[in-house]
Design a protein around this ligand. Structure first.
Ligand code: GLY
Length: 386
């Protein structure tokens, strides 16, 4: 414990030269908790996901779990943030557990799984062996693209005629853009752009809120249904879905410089920021249309994703740069205190509490989630480097 307390103060001292007090606290908690987590998970390189209903830590048991890349990714992000080589050692160890996923074609989330782990690793170290894994994984993701639909299939379905695409899938496009940069092969970017364009056409309502799931006909590409799986209702705005859309179109603009993606991201941002159910502290409820607001769970994961996206969008936007930055700052400040920030050594060593996985399934409600922690560290890094 003494070593931790000492490194906590070194961390606070070194960052307080330029940071606001909440940043010191956020970095100290993120580094402290993640270090403790790494020590507890080291035997077998276990990958934490959440806290279960019985109060025990939820360890990922299947390597194909969509959240498997976030803990290795958090280790890379802390290496980026602190430049302390111990994080690289941890990150390499946990990342290596995912190598078998390089040829995984079972669902769309390979973008999250490989992008957060090997993608960050390659960005920070230039390790050539990581590059090959990223390209293999992008090839695997491309096998799920249907040119008639113009999308990558999210989830398989018993009836192969039903082609299911969720808004979350926008996030997987980053792996394809990465592969295009690494290989110079335009096919990756073409698939990503097709998917982004089809989703822009079919996933959004007039107010630029997003449906969660669109079902297409595999053979004709026509829309069959628009529904939710994790939101309150088919016509509601599930908060994490809105955050994925915001992040996804901002990221598409980063790679393509196509203004239509910037404009889409700004419209999604307007929906989120101007929503009457956005609380003053900017920590979103789990669904903007949840019926008992304000007595509904908040979703810290959606908030962390949106904070990170807004910080990037604020760099690109002429009109609303300040409002995006200020909102992201409020989100980060709110997340860096009770009840959302963990006390050191508590919360099974996750950084944040109070995320919602899937409320309609009574799954992971008001608990920590590894992806909330990942996007919180990313947002914090973006804020510090702004
Ligand atoms: N991509 C799954 C989720 O956001 O819960």
């Amino acid at each position: 414990m003494k070593v931790f307390i000492c490194s906590l103060f070194i961390s606070i001292f070194s960052y307080s030269l330029f940071a606001q007090p909440f940043v010191d606290r956020a970095i100290a908690t993120a580094t402290f908790q993640t270090q403790l987590m790494a020590e507890n998970m080291a035997d077998g390189l276990k990958i934490p996901r959440t806290i279960k209903k019985d109060g025990n830590i939820g360890i990922i048991s299947k390597i194909t779990d969509w959240t498997v890349g976030f803990y290795p990714g958090s280790l890379w992000l802390l290496y980026d943030l602190t430049k302390d080589s111990k994080w690289e050692v941890y990150a390499r160890a946990w990342t290596s557990r995912l190598e078998e996923l390089r040829h995984f074609t079972g669902h769309h989330d390979v973008g999250f799984m490989i992008g957060c782990s090997y993608g960050n690793g390659y960005r920070l170290t230039g390790d050539e062996s990581y590059k090959d894994i990223i390209i293999d994984a992008a090839d695997a993701l491309c096998t799920r693209f249907n040119p008639t639909v113009g999308c990558i299939k999210s989830w398989n379905f018993k009836d192969p005629e039903i082609f299911r695409v969720i808004i979350d899938n926008m996030m997987n496009l980053e792996l394809l853009f990465m592969a295009q940069v690494l290989t110079g092969d335009k096919k990756y970017g073409e698939i990503a752009v097709d998917h982004a364009n089809t989703t822009m056409k079919n996933h959004f309502r007039d107010d630029f809120s997003s449906y969660h799931l669109v079902e297409y006909s595999s053979s004709t590409g026509k829309v069959i249904n628009r529904k939710t799986v994790q939101g309150y209702a088919d016509e509601s705005a599930w908060s994490r879905g809105q955050a994925w859309a915001l992040y996804g179109y901002t990221m598409c603009y980063r790679f393509t410089s196509d203004k239509k993606y910037l404009s889409q991201a700004e419209k999604v941002a307007a929906f989120i920021l101007n929503n009457e159910n956005m609380p003053e502290d900017k920590v979103m409820f789990w669904d903007f249309d949840a019926p008992k607001i304000p007595d509904e769970p908040r979703d810290v994961s959606a908030t962390a994703i949106a904070a990170s996206a807004l910080l990037e969008l604020s760099k690109y936007s002429d009109k609303n740069s300040k409002v995006y930055f200020d909102t992201a700052e409020t989100m980060l400040k709110s997340l860096t205190k009770a009840p959302y920030l963990a006390d050191i050594g508590e919360n099974h060593n996750f950084i944040l509490t109070n995320s919602v996985g899937s409320l309609p399934h009574n799954g992971e409600v008001s608990v920590p989630l590894n992806y909330a922690d990942y996007y919180f560290i990313e947002a914090l890094t973006r804020y510090i480097n702004y």
